[in-house]
Design a protein around this ligand. Structure first.
Ligand code: PMP
Length: 422
């Protein structure tokens, strides 16, 4: 393993390229999913010997699994800085977390959400109770749009919920939470934060961020698929109907009817993903322990990526809040005259570089950015760096993009525009 900071699984496997080299895959797709940390793989292996569904009596297996599962919950609570009235619910991923929250909203809740959002946080809300704010052009514009949205909904009776994003999965930019949260709070709104792209890069703290809920996915945090988190205020969640009906969520079941548990169990019916929760918690613990090192490394990666890509003729990078705005090591761009799917295919085949192309489940934002930039492309290429990257990967990527921008691809690729955009 060649990471300079925290080792991840399998980063030294070599593959042949069309140009006749054997190279390790330069994984610039951390924004989609990250490889597992070695510490995470170890935790999963250790926990794989004995397991059974949790909280099912006094038998040995269930007690071992229950203890590990609840220890994982406690670690996640620490990771997000859970307050006294908060709870941590294990879900499948961020999408699942926001769908769960959407089902738990009091009936007359109005949701206020920017069109910049990932589809996971743009789409779960009932349309007639949702106000969409357009893509902002600057931080000041985002503040003004939010103020207007809150003013226009001030007369409504029910609670209001503002959805905010920690970091954009398209541009990598950190949202100005310190400016937007107080605006929502002064208007008496609750806040749910999409931390899918923030959690891997920055510490989370529910109290310091002053948000009611936070959600993120294990597979973007150096843990495997299948486990995510919804953490935050328990009041609405305890009153809501269970997300799933079934074993584990019940308090009593008689021929007269069913009563449900309160707390996380209410929304975790069925045998839970114990190994997923353990993996996710191991990632949280490892990142917490090494946060300063990770931050330092990522700042370096970000600077080299952003400056390197911007310096290449014919490359257009995107930004919501302006070029100097702080961001995670995530950059989307287009190369003049080259279909993004083609760029992505050529980077894989010729250089063993993994990137993503498309609209990144954020169609409204990507469409707005492309239109603003006046480029021909209808999608973009995204590079997202992280702990699996070496310095050589950055150099390889910048050289490859420069070569594509000046000479085009070396081979013909079958690329259908729109295929694989989701
Ligand atoms: N929000 C953001 C900002 C994301 O980047 C993603 C994943 N691309 C999600 C939500 C959804 O995460 P998941 O696919 O794990 O549910």
């Amino acid at each position: 393993h060649s990471s300079t900071v925290l080792p991840v699984v399998g980063s030294e496997q070599r593959v042949p390229t069309l140009l006749g080299e054997w190279l390790d895959v330069a994984n610039f797709d951390h924004g989609a999913s990250t490889p597992a940390l070695l510490a995470v793989a170890d935790a999963v292996e250790r926990a794989s010997t004995t397991y059974s569904s949790v909280h099912r009596g006094k038998g040995w297996n269930s007690r071992v699994s229950s203890a590990l599962y609840e220890a994982a919950r406690a670690e996640v609570a620490t990771f997000v800085g859970a307050r006294e009235d908060d709870e941590v619910i294990f879900t499948r991923n961020t999408t699942d977390s926001f769908n769960l929250l959407a089902r738990a909203l009091p009936r007359d809740t109005t949701v206020i959400v920017f069109e910049t959002e990932h589809h996971a946080t743009l789409l779960p809300w009932p349309a007639r109770n949702t106000v969409r704010l357009p893509v902002p052009a600057s931080v000041a514009d985002a503040e003004a749009l939010l103020r207007t949205g809150l003013k226009e909904t001030a007369h409504l009776r029910g609670p209001r919920l503002v959805i905010l994003n920690g970091a954009s999965n398209v541009t990598g930019e950190y949202w100005p939470l310190d400016r937007l949260v107080p605006i929502a709070r002064r208007a008496g709104a609750r806040i749910a934060l999409d931390a899918a792209q923030l959690a891997p890069h920055a510490p989370l703290d529910l109290a310091a961020l002053d948000v009611d809920w936070i959600a993120f996915s294990g597979h973007k945090l150096y843990a495997p698929y299948g486990a995510g988190v919804l953490a935050g205020r328990r009041d609405w969640l305890d009153k809501a109907a269970p997300y799933l009906s079934g074993g584990g969520a019940t308090a009593t079941v008689t021929t007269q009817g069913t009563t449900w548990q309160t707390g996380p169990a209410r929304h975790e019916a069925g045998s839970p993903n114990v190994l997923g929760a353990i993996a996710l918690a191991a990632a949280c613990a490892t990142l917490r322990e090494h946060r300063r090192l990770v931050t330092h490394r990522e700042e370096d990666l970000t600077e080299r990526l952003v400056e390197g890509l911007r310096a290449i003729d014919g490359v257009e990078t995107f930004s919501i809040f302006g070029e100097d705005h702080d961001r995670a090591p995530v950059v989307s761009f287009v190369i003049d005259g080259l279909e993004p799917g083609l760029v992505s295919a050529a980077l894989s085949a010729e250089h063993a570089i993994a990137v993503r192309d498309g609209k990144f489940c954020a169609h409204l934002l990507v469409d707005a950015l492309l239109e603003d930039a006046g480029v021909e492309a209808r999608s973009a290429v995204r590079v997202s760096a992280g702990l699996a990257n070496t310095d050589e990967h950055i150099e390889r990527l910048l050289n490859a993009v420069e070569s594509l921008a000046t000479r085009g691809p070396r081979a013909a690729y079958h690329v259908v525009e729109g295929e694989g955009w989701v």
